[in-house]
Design a protein around this ligand. Structure first.
Ligand SMILES: *Cc1c(COP(=O)(O)O)cnc(C)c1O
Length: 356
């Protein structure tokens, strides 16, 4: 049966990418060797790494003076690396607290200095994006999360920032246009919208480094990885290769401009159904709704069994909400076709019809 994968992460990838990736595991570059058994320093793999970096630069219009890195340790490692590399000894940083991931980032910074929380939506279980705060120019950097994967909220307009601007874009990178020049550091775990788990994309303005006065362990120092072009140690060859294929797929589709329009159409289709169907309600504040993770509840819990059976039978997978929000979460990342969202919408409509 055809499956419709609404998983929040690891997430859906384009079918053609999965086919190319499987083929490369058996025979890469027609050389009868596997992609995952050749040297990462061999020419074919070095080309993969360069191509992946160049696609990131091209798709996001990365200005000169920035490095593109593929690291390990997930976005969670970046919570620590950001603070290690940017927070001065006895320094301070400002954070928004917009959910579980932001909170984990704040915890790492607190261990190293003064982490100030400026905007905090924990009072309403993170169902909105805090606004109207002023970032002081005295902090070493400001950190925000562009898309809150668990709660389905997304920053639509980034704040004015008089200091270094750092953003966790794990779950919406490459989904919409961003002006990279406004940011000093962007990071994203691959497994939400770029590729398989195992690598983390970091886009960093080179000149911001080396000013903390802190002794940074080699592997946690961005300069280590910049100077070796993400090849200081063995890079995660397979996740980087599959990310490269996914970025090439995105480029062939028309790039970020094209996918942004498609993603908006997809999100509108589902949110319209949630708003117009008498059985459902959205959990995130309307103006802050994410185009990537759509969170919704059944107003009447007694319909749960019938609804769960219907979407299961329709081949839908991965829409159970995060335990901290409950209900449902449909993650509709770049590779999710609008046809799959229509299948979910049809199930929701059918449930409502059954009701009257
Ligand atoms: C999933 C996620 C993370 C954690 O990513 P890992 O790669 O598992 O460490 C961090 N931030 C956001 C916004 C996420 O969605």
């Amino acid at each position: 049966m055809k499956k419709h994968n609404f998983s929040a992460g690891p997430c859906i990838l384009p079918q053609e990418v999965l086919k190319q990736a499987s083929a490369a595991v058996l025979n890469f570059n027609d050389d009868n060797l596997s992609l995952i058994e050749i040297s990462h320093r061999s020419q074919p793999f070095v080309q993969v790494m360069e191509k992946a970096q160049n696609l990131v630069k091209e798709l996001l219009n990365v200005p000169k003076g920035y490095s593109v890195l593929f690291l390990q340790g997930g976005a969670s490692m970046e919570f620590l690396m950001v603070a290690m590399n940017l927070m001065k000894v006895n320094g301070s940083a400002a954070y928004t607290n917009t959910g579980a991931w932001a909170k984990k980032a704040i915890a790492e910074a607190k261990d190293l200095g003064n982490a100030i929380v400026l905007g905090d939506s924990s009072d309403k279980n993170y169902n909105y994006i805090p606004k109207g705060y002023t970032i002081p120019d005295t902090v070493d950097y400001f950190h925000c999360t562009s898309n809150n994967t668990i709660y389905g909220t997304q920053i639509k307009e980034f704040p004015h920032c008089p200091t270094l601007m750092v953003c966790d874009m794990s779950s919406d990178i490459f989904s919409r246009k961003v002006d990279v020049s406004k940011f000093d550091l962007i990071y994203a775990g691959a497994q939400k919208n770029m590729g398989p788990a195992g690598t983390t994309l970091v886009i960093i303005k080179d000149e911001i480094l080396g000013t903390t006065g802190r002794n940074i362990p080699t592997m946690l120092d961005y300069n280590t990885h910049i100077s070796k072009e993400s090849m200081f140690n063995t890079p995660p060859v397979f996740p980087i290769y599959v990310s490269m294929l996914t970025l090439q797929w995105l480029k062939d589709l028309g790039g970020v401009d094209a996918i942004e329009k498609i993603n908006q159409e997809k999100a509108d289709l589902l949110y319209n159904e949630i708003d117009n169907n008498s059985l459902f309600e959205g959990t995130a504040k309307t103006e802050d709704r994410s185009t990537m993770n759509v969170c919704f509840l059944l107003k009447d819990e007694s319909k749960k069994e019938a609804f769960d059976k219907m979407w299961n039978e329709a081949g839908i997978s991965g829409i159970k909400g995060h335990r901290s929000v409950g209900g449902y979460r449909a993650s509709i990342y770049n590779a999710m076709p609008i046809e799959s969202i229509q299948v979910l919408v049809d199930v929701m409509k059918k449930l409502e019809q059954k009701d009257d």
